[in-house]
Ligand binder design. Structure first.
Ligand code: HEM
Length: 297
């Protein structure tokens, strides 16, 4: 477009694009960029906005048969598998520096994961990584809000005390209730004879409340040391793959939440997930005064 038509349009909008007017948007642009970068850099390479849907599916797959029918459970698994197939297609077409792209492209002995294998892996990571961490954070929040003295102690030095507190909250809550293993040989555990082929339910919460291993195991002591808990398993080849990520996620969320919402309080009873596999609340009703978004100050 040329003048004079062009000049008309320039004049029309020019006032909105001066350095001064543009400068007013600096904070807002910063926030948007941060959000986009957060989204683009996320570990899994899954859009953040899909998180709620993925969490809901995870919750359904973890729920006990008396609250979720088999049909509903299989539908959720189908949804996750369908979602995984889309992620795989997307990452094959547009690989990025994220876990999903790496999983799609990874080769061992010249073999890549098939679509089916990728979907199973996706389901595993979603369940193992999402359900556990989210339930721990929900349960830990309710636990802390019910113990004002311990919470005040933690708030005195959030960064310094949070790492030990996270370990104690993991021990206290043990979000993975049990995992079943099959004995590969005859053995004895305490007074129990175990035969090769026997199925064993390993109850992590029971190990974490063992009075032979922990002083006053039913008490929450945020500064507990030592604290060799079993929330991530007892060692060995299946020890939680994501323990480091889990710790980082829980620490970041608990620290930011407590720092930004100083008046956070419970307004009712949490609703507990009806599951024999994962322990944690589906809802924790709270009230707080919202603080300014990060990056706007
Ligand atoms: C509060 C957080 C978490 C808890 C309490 C937890 C707990 C556990 C437990 C108890 C096991 C079984 C260990 C065993 O049988 O020896 C396990 C396995 C596993 N976890 Fe976690 N986990 C957490 C977070 C995560 C995260 C964030 C990820 C991934 C991003 C993850 C991925 C896995 C995987 C893939 C396995 C299976 C490992 C294998 O069989 O080789 N977990 N987790």
């Amino acid at each position: 477009m040329d003048p004079p038509k062009h000049s008309f349009y320039r004049k029309l909008v020019g006032g909105l694009f001066t350095p001064k007017r543009a400068g007013l948007w600096t904070d807002s642009i910063g926030d948007t960029v941060r959000a986009i970068l957060d989204e683009a850099c996320e570990l899994g390479g899954i859009p953040r906005g899909d998180g709620v849907r993925l969490d809901r599916w995870t919750e359904i797959t973890h729920s006990a048969p008396d609250v979720v029918s088999d049909d509903e459970r299989f539908a959720a698994m189908r949804d996750i598998t369908g979602y995984a197939a889309q992620v795989r297609a997307e990452k094959l077409a547009n690989p990025a520096d994220d876990l999903a792209s790496r999983l799609v492209a990874a080769e061992i002995d010249g073999q890549r994961l098939t679509e089916q294998e990728f979907a199973s892996f996706f389901l595993l990571l979603l369940n193992a990584g999402g359900g556990t961490t989210r339930n721990l954070i929900g349960g830990a929040t309710a636990t802390l809000l019910r113990r004002p003295e311990q919470l005040a102690w933690l708030r005195e030095d959030l960064d310094g005390r949070m790492p030990a507190a996270v370990e104690e909250l993991l021990r206290f809550h043990s979000p993975v209730i049990y995992i079943r293993r099959t004995a590969t040989e005859d053995t004895r555990l305490g007074d129990a004879e175990i035969k090769a082929g026997d199925k064993l339910g390993l109850y992590y919460g029971a190990a974490n409340r063992d009075p032979a291993a922990f002083d006053s195991p039913d008490e929450l002591r945020l500064g507990r040391a030592p604290n060799e808990h079993f929330a991530f398993g007892g060692g060995g080849p299946h020890f939680c793959l994501g323990s480091h990520f889990g710790r980082i996620e829980i620490t970041a969320m608990m620290t930011q939440m407590l720092a930004r919402f100083p008046d956070l309080e419970l307004t009712g009873e949490p609703t507990w997930l009806a599951s024999h596999f994962i322990s944690g609340p589906t809802d924790v009703p709270v009230r707080f005064t919202p603080s300014a978004p990060l990056g706007s100050g």
